[in-house]
Design a protein around this ligand. Structure first.
Ligand SMILES: Cc1cc2nc3c(=O)[nH]c(=O)nc-3n(C[C@H](O)[C@H](O)[C@H](O)COP(=O)(O)OP(=O)(O)OC[C@H]3O[C@@H](n4cnc5c(N)ncnc54)[C@H](O)[C@@H]3O)c2cc1C
Length: 250
């Protein structure tokens, strides 16, 4: 991301600060702050463990969706992604669509550049402990633990009804509204798991309701038990089953 911005190439500036490898980005269609790699990936080359051969995929073959592709759904575990071609656009205007970014630049008198946008994203991520920062205990997480649920029209109406019964309003952002995507963080917070929740070795980050943090020596079983507790409570109160974003090993 830094190199793209340095060369004045747009398309991935909002993804600054996301940890991981290039080959990992198409797997869950990595995205943040109003941008996702599906918008810039042109093609990729993967090694097919089934046939033992390399195969080229055009973007259309990858089945990209919100945090999904064929590589983490229908063809999970079959391909090792070797090369990814991104079509970055030289001299592009930065994407400032997400509410956090719009707020950040609200009082600026000049147009933000790609580099300004990258800096802004990294600062916002730091404030939410979503940038790996040595010494920040709240950054000891796997990032967002749950995906934002994408609801059918009926599920959305039911959610609104349940919120209204508790005199609450479902938060509304342009990026979420278009697909009836609702904020997983809001659901978690409104199910009793506020920022900083938990006294033991596992808890919620003090800076982001979607980050489960290991406060020191917590076992995988403890993290899973906490996941189950959150999922159960959210489902009970809101009728929505949260889907975890991290991949579980073992
Ligand atoms: C603090 C923090 C913040 C994060 N913020 C975001 C965010 O804003 N947006 C977002 O989308 N994600 C975010 N993530 C999640 C993570 O950064 C992404 O999922 C990233 O793509 C992981 O890359 P990786 O190379 O570490 O993959 P891994 O975590 O090692 O693997 C993830 C999955 O991809 C598969 N995989 C990895 N590389 C390849 C390959 N070359 N070929 C085939 N399969 C492969 C693995 O088998 C596994 O199933 C965050 C994580 C953390 C810790």
């Amino acid at each position: 991301m830094a190199a793209a911005v340095m060369h004045n190439c747009g398309g991935v500036e909002c993804l600054s600060g996301i940890p991981g490898s290039v080959g990992g980005t198409p797997v869950q269609n990595v995205g943040a702050y109003g941008q996702e790699v599906a918008e810039t990936i042109e093609s990729l080359v993967a090694f097919d463990l089934k046939s033992g051969e390399e195969q080229e995929f055009e973007k259309e073959d990858c089945g990209f969706g919100y945090r999904t592709s064929i590589f983490n759904t229908s063809e999970r575990g079959r391909y090792v992604i070797l090369r990814v071609t991104y079509a970055l656009k030289h001299g592009w205007e930065p994407r400032i669509a997400y509410a956090d970014l719009q707020n950040y630049f609200a009082n600026w008198e000049r147009k933000p550049t790609l580099a300004d946008t990258r800096d802004a994203v990294r600062q916002i991520r730091t404030s939410k402990a979503m940038l790996i920062t040595p010494g920040d205990e709240d950054a000891r997480s796997a990032g967002s633990f749950f995906k934002n649920p994408v609801l059918s029209a009926e599920q959305f109406e039911e959610l609104k009804r349940r919120a209204a019964a508790r005199s609450l309003e479902i938060p509304s952002y342009p990026a979420l509204d278009a697909r009836k995507k609702v904020s997983a963080a809001w659901l978690v917070e409104h199910s009793g798991f506020s920022k900083g929740y938990g006294q033991g070795r596992v808890g919620i980050s003090r800076k982001h309701a979607l980050a489960i943090v290991n406060r020191g020596n917590a076992t995988a079983a403890e993290i899973m038990a906490f996941r189950d507790e959150i999922q159960g409570r959210v489902e009970e109160l809101w009728g929505i089953r949260l889907d975890p974003e991290p991949v579980f090993v073992g």
